[in-house]
Design a protein around this ligand. Structure first.
Ligand code: ZN
Length: 247
């Protein structure tokens, strides 16, 4: 008999080591069996190598996000805002070859019987579309088999729930919920490294595969220390300022 799985899901880490350490401590207290990341490991923040090395050492199973792919030159980054672009160029210079190779190895989606992991939206994960509308949620739900899919990209936690026999989806911002038999969901877990839902605390999702129960936890972390490192690295100061407001 397989043991019950309780997984932790991290989103959009963006080279913010203090926030990553804080959410990993929270997951340790929760006693999760596995940890997944919905992508955007790097970009914006001051410690790309440390963040990559920590998720590797913790055997976090990650998919690639648009910032990871932009760094590898796999997508056009000319649509990035000037701050993101500056951080991207800086990150390219900092990242070790080994850590770059790690990013190169990341898949665009992970399909498990109990859940699916991707960055933006399905069915075309390489397009990195935003999942923030009913049509996008419906298209994504139609493209994976599992009861629940976890994504990121918008940095705003939210859920779309599909009830059996109903064509309309439910959309909500609840942080604790449980799927009933026959229900399915697509869940944005928010951003660990740069939250944009006006809550500066770092979010992390915990999901029980058996009971289909999800909780979104939030934790404080040392924002002033990240801000100092952002300034010291010569990265745009707005990337640090926004952290304390969660915008
Ligand atoms: Zn992101």
């Amino acid at each position: 008999m397989s043991h019950p799985r309780k997984i932790g899901i991290l989103g959009d880490l963006h080279s913010n080591l203090s926030a990553l350490e804080a959410v990993l401590s929270l997951l340790d207290l929760e006693g999760v069996t596995d940890i997944y990341c919905v992508g955007d490991v790097v970009g914006y923040g001051p410690r790309p190598n440390e963040v990559v090395e920590l998720i590797r050492s913790r055997s976090v199973q990650a998919v690639a996000g648009n910032h990871d792919w932009a760094l590898l030159g796999r997508i056009d980054s000319s649509y990035f805002n000037p701050y993101a672009l500056k951080a991207l160029e800086w990150t390219k210079r900092q990242l070790t070859r080994e850590n770059r190779e790690y990013l190169e190895s990341l898949p665009l989606r992970i399909d498990e019987p109990d859940f699916c992991i991707f960055h933006g939206a399905l069915p075309d994960p390489e397009a990195f579309n935003y999942l923030q509308s009913f049509p996008a949620a419906r298209d994504s739900l139609a493209d994976f088999q599992a009861p629940v899919g976890f994504c990121g990209h918008t940095h705003v936690p939210m859920n779309f729930i599909q009830k059996p026999g109903k064509s309309e989806l439910e959309w909500h911002f609840l942080e604790n919920w449980r799927l009933l038999e026959g229900e399915r969901a697509v869940v944005n877990v928010g951003s660990v490294g740069q939250p944009r839902d006006e809550n500066p605390l770092a979010p992390v999702a915990v999901y029980h595969c058996e009971t289909m129960e999800m909780r979104l936890l939030r934790t404080h972390y040392n924002i002033p220390s990240e801000q100092k490192l952002i300034r010291r690295a010569g990265l745009p100061s707005i990337l640090g300022d926004r952290l304390q407001h969660g915008i």
